[in-house]
Write a protein that binds this ligand. Sequence first.
Ligand SMILES: [Zn+2]
Ligand SMILES: [Zn+2]
Length: 295
Amino acid sequence: MLLESAMSTSRLLGTQDALSWALELGDVTSALLPEGSFLQPIWDYLYCNHHGLMSSPLFPVALSVSTYFFLVGLYTGLDLLAPTWPCISRYKLHPHQSVTVADIRATLGWLWRPSPPLPRDAPTLWEFLLGIAGCTVVFDFQYYLWHLLHHRVPWLYRTFHAVHHQYSQPFSLVTQYLSGWELFSVGFWATVDPVLLRCHCLTTWGFMVFNIYVSTEDHCGYDFPWAMHRLVPFGLWGGAPKHDTHHQRPGTNFAPFFSHWDWLGGTNTAAATALSGNNTAAATAAAEDVKGRKD
Ligand SMILES: [Zn+2]
Ligand SMILES: [Zn+2]
């Protein structure tokens, strides 16, 4: 007990020491670098002239990639000049070893030609269709669980999924109107599922295109005669009407494509067509439901 008390006192003293040291350091740095004196004009220029570009979620990616290739370009130039320019080679860690054009080609080629190489044989039509169907079934289950969890836990809903529910009557662009975490989750499953099912790369690409096609169809706001839910029998494919209904009544229809998990989980509800005569009431109910989850 005494030992514990002594330890906690020493920890407290340690924390206080650290805090006072940090405060002193803050005083010194603010004396040396007065706030807003140096970076503010640069930030003002960027804010006023490139606001749209910098606000894009793709900007950090573009910045990282362009910085990488700029620096790599500089070093590669030095590598090519070093064998004939002693003023460069004298700084090399391995002055007697030069980077060859073949080395550059091989390491650059990796960016779009990863190993293993593309298989020479195509999958059979059966393997192709079965692979896409298998990936779609697995993805549907993964997203059903993710979606259910992110509606049932208020913090998860508010933080990650509410942004997608800003529209109770979605249109195609709402498909990818998602938080970063949701985008990462769906992208991760779409990438990993074909690997788990050992699909041919042609099947993998087929699944990716099909996944985007049916996800976009889910949000497109149309009920065309060729829609997936009209092609798949027994109401097994919920498709656009059921996902549209989910946007109107967010407590139901969590599966993105098929209906079976909502049937089994008791979360199935009639498609939007049955609610279309009462759209105003449905929208009001949705708004109340969303508000309830935000509270
Ligand atoms: Zn949606
Ligand atoms: Zn939802």
